[in-house]
Structures are given as C-alpha cells and as structure tokens.
Write a protein that binds this ligand. Structure first.
Ligand code: SF4
Ligand code: SF4
Length: 330
C-alpha cells in the first residue's frame, strides 16, 4: 500500500460487487435503512461504475487518536471520534486531490470522479477489495492490524497502467462478537447485520423526528454518532499523529451538557465549524442533548435543560420534551 501525508491508498481494478449489491438490496427491502430514503433513490447508481472508468483509487484516513476509556463522561455529551475533528469529507478529498496530482503525469488524459460519501458508492466492499481489511461483525471494514477507525473515499479513474494491488486476504473477525454484545440498542441484530433504525448513529444524525422514549433510553449520552461497537473491538489500536490527517479537537471531546444547552444557534455553528457535527443542525443537536440529559437520570440536569429548550419554542424540541418528561417524572 502507498501512503501520502497520513493516508494509505491503493489503485485497484474495478471489482465485481454483484454479491454485495444483492446483500444491499435485501437490506433495503427489509427496511433497515429507516428514513434514509436517499439510499433507495441512489440504489441503482451504486450498481454501476462510470462507463469510462477502468480502475479505482481507494484511500483511507484513520482517526483513532484517543480512547473513550480515558474520558470522564459524567453529565457530558459524547460525539463519535470521527466527528470531533475537521470534516473528513473535506480533509480526505484534499488528500485525494494530492494523490491525483501525483498520478496525473503518469496517466494520459486522466479522467476521474471523486467519492467521499458524495456519490452513491458501496465504499465498504470497495475498501475490502483494496485490501484495507475484512467486513466485520460490526459491519465496518476492519484491518486485522489497525482496526476499523478509518474513513474510506477515493476516485474512479480512467487508468489501467498501474501496479496491481496485493490480493485480498481471507481474514475474518476473531469471532469474539464483542461488538454485537456491546451495542446498547441491539442494532446489530446478528453479526454483520445492522438495523439502522435502532442505531444511535442513525438516531442522532439521520433521524429528523421525535425519538420515542424506548429508543431514547438506549442512547445513553451519545449526542452525535456512537463508537461503542468500535471501541470494544480488540483489533482497534490507537494511532500516532503521523498516521492522521486531522486531530481531535480536545475541547469537543465530551463537552458538558449544561454548556452545550447554553449555546445559541450562532455559537453552536462557531463551536462545531468545519466538523461533521455542524451538518446535523442546531435543532436536532439540541434534541440529542435533551435525550442525553434524560439519560443522566438527574432531575436537576434534566429539568434545567428542558427549561432552557422550552424557551426556544421550537416544535421538535417541545414535542421531544413532552415525550421524555412524562416518563422521567411518571
Ligand atoms: S454505532 Fe452504537 S448503536 Fe450503532 S451498532 Fe454500533 S454500538 Fe450499536
Ligand atoms: S469486536 Fe470482534 S466480532 Fe466485532 S468486529 Fe471486532 S473482531 Fe469482529
């Protein structure tokens, strides 16, 4: 594998993804994608590579630079590791441009199309074919040496004169199932099968409505994403700075809930500027803070946060408060 400025990359021939498309179709048909209708709309596009493409540049950027075991959680909101730093949609894309600049002089009339969550691509199987690891019971690509804390992106290329990549190795999970057991909402309904509707990442980031009290109870104090099924994995190792393209912003790791609820909309966007968190928007972020306050079980914290959020007079927050208050005091 080649690397440039903290990311690893390979150029591979177009892989045969037929098997993965069938699995994906079944997953969508089962409704496990919840309200992510854009996945259904983009389904057919995922099936085909651009007609001019004959190879794929596949890149990964790691982000495992701290351990949740070292963090004091009490009355704090937890944000998934990938999101407490510069947005990988931008940092990884910049690195991909750097690599393309290296490739360009060696490739005649290079055509390319970059993907970093921006185009309908089955990134995980593509990562597998690039030799980044196997698809684990936690449904992520897991490198047997470095684990799963990395984002995948790349570019379709009109290049065929590249060094062939190493063959894909037949590694697999160490069969510990720790990720499945660690999932607090039972979203991993069996090894390798995710019901996104139950997943904290989906509920905190993708889901736009009121979170019902049963689901809210399982969310603990995660306010953007969730790392539990990765953190438990024995294959995940902490990386040194030279392996990273962006570093965790220390002040965003587990901020106190009372601080977060004190932010107005402008302060929220300023605090999370340039990170993936800003993409969820102020209102849904505050909904998540409210759920985390509910899960503290501390009536002082919960009532203070309800009081502050009621002042905003935003229907989603008012309805979320109603949903949780009854159960909290009932
Ligand atoms: S991200 Fe969290 S909620 Fe989702 S499957 Fe993993 S442990 Fe479960
Ligand atoms: S926790 Fe165990 S079963 Fe889950 S992905 Fe890691 S090695 Fe595989």
């Amino acid at each position: 594998m080649s690397s440039i400025g903290g990311i690893g990359f390979r150029i591979i021939p177009l892989p045969d993804l037929t098997h993965y498309f069938l699995e994906y179709d079944e997953w969508l048909a089962s409704g496990f994608h919840g309200d992510m209708d854009y996945l259904v709309r983009g389904k057919e596009k995922r099936r085909y590579f651009p007609e001019w493409a004959n190879s794929i540049l596949v890149c990964r950027s790691f982000y495992n630079d701290f351990s949740w075991g070292d963090v004091d959680f009490e009355a704090c909101g937890l944000i998934a590791k990938y999101a407490v730093r510069d947005d990988y949609h931008i940092t990884l894309k910049m690195k991909i441009y750097e690599i393309l600049l290296e490739i360009e002089p060696k490739a005649e009339s290079l055509r390319y199309k970059i993907f970093v969550d921006s185009s309908p691509v089955l990134e995980k199987p593509v990562g597998y074919f690039a030799g980044f690891g196997f698809i684990g019971s936690n449904t992520l690509v897991v490198d047997s040496e470095w684990g799963s804390y990395f984002n995948i992106g790349g570019a379709f290329l009109s290049v065929s004169n590249f060094e062939p990549s190493n063959p894909v190795t037949a590694e697999a999970c160490v069969d510990c199932n720790l990720c499945v057991k660690a999932c607090p909402t039972k979203a991993l309904i069996q090894p390798g099968l995710l019901d996104a509707r139950r997943c904290i990442s989906y509920l905190t980031i993708e889901y736009k409505g009121v979170i019902n009290v049963d689901k809210a109870r399982g969310m603990g104090n995660w306010i953007f994403g969730c790392d539990l099924c990765q953190e438990i994995c024995p294959l995940n190792k902490r990386l040194s700075d030279q392996n990273l393209i962006s570093y965790a912003r220390a002040h965003l790791i587990a901020p106190p809930l009372d601080f977060l609820v004190s932010l107005d909309e402008k302060e929220f966007y300023k605090l999370f500027s340039g990170t993936p968190v800003s993409r969820v928007g102020y209102v849904r972020f505050m909904r998540n803070v409210l759920v985390a306050a509910f899960n503290t079980g501390d009536s002082n914290i919960f009532s203070t946060i309800c009081f502050k959020l009621k002042e905003l007079k935003i229907p989603l927050l008012e309805n979320q408060i109603k949903e949780l208050e009854e159960s909290f005091y009932g």
